[in-house]
Design a binder for this molecule. Structure first.
Ligand code: ADP
Ligand code: MG
Length: 228
């Protein structure tokens, strides 16, 4: 937890009563029904629950990629909800690293260039940090490889390197180990755990009991509500 100047503790990531509804004709889906959570610096929490329970919607709202219909999200004390698109992007670039379920690597680019592009987008000069990230992820030998030539574990680590390109304080990962064998799952999990130890707030959506056991807390979703 961070201690603010007033001496009170402020969570790095806070969601207050999030609601998200989808409409298609007369069909209404209640994806989130009043979900609240707080994650402090140094904490790693898991979000679990059956398919369709609202996990990805929650993560999108936390990242400001989606706007909740009710409630709000603040990142390091700053509202990301109901801000302009530009402001949301700026906050995301400054503070949030996101690892998407679908992967976030650009196929025509090498692993190193994927990281550099992510840094360019946020206006951060590459001062060797891209190479440091590759080293930390154990990808030194793959810096010039394109994503499709990597194994599943290597791709997951490359995706993590891109997510961490802006040195974010909040890391959001949607099933980052979903398609990995246990040894690669352990590597990715270890890297996420290190980030928390270094003071980030980490949220991992996962079905894996091995992953939830490594987290400080587990938030269980069912039909868009927190059940435990
Ligand atoms: P999970 O990640 O837990 O599988 P999601 O957050 O993807 O769940 O979805 C929660 C519910 O919201 C599901 O019923 C899903 O069909 C619905 N949903 C998610 N995104 C959309 C969308 N863009 N349009 C309509 N329904 C959606
Ligand atoms: Mg999902």
């Amino acid at each position: 937890m961070e201690v603010t100047r007033s001496g009170s503790e402020r969570p790095l990531l806070e969601a207050d009563e999030l609601y998200r509804f989808y409409h298609a004709g007369r069909d209404e889906t209640f994806a989130l029904r009043g979900v609240s959570l707080t994650v402090g610096a140094g904490e790693m929490i898991a979000v679990s629950g059956p398919s369709g329970s609202g996990k990805s919607t929650l993560l999108s709202c936390l990242a400001g990629l989606d706007e909740p219909d009710g409630g709000h999200v603040s990142v390091d004390g700053e509202w990301i909800t109901r801000q302009s698109e530009t402001e949301r992007c700026a906050i995301r670039a400054r503070s949030i690293g996101m690892l998407l379920q679908t992967g976030s690597l650009l196929e025509p680019l090498t692993v190193l260039d994927n990281i550099r592009v992510a840094q360019k987008i946020i206006g951060q000069k590459d001062n060797g940090s891209a190479l440091e990230l590759l080293h930390a992820m154990g990808l030194n030998d793959h810096r010039d490889a394109v994503p499709s030539s990597l194994s599943g574990g290597e791709r997951a680590r490359a995706g993590l390197a891109v997510a961490l390109a802006n040195d974010p304080r909040v890391v959001l990962a949607d099933e980052p180990t979903g398609e990995l064998d246990t040894s690669n799952e352990d590597v990715v999990l270890g890297l996420l755990h290190d980030l928390a130890v270094q003071g980030s707030a980490v949220v991992v959506v996962t079905h894996s009991k091995r992953v939830t056991e490594q987290c400080d807390r587990v938030i269980e979703l069912l039909d868009g509500r927190v059940v435990s």
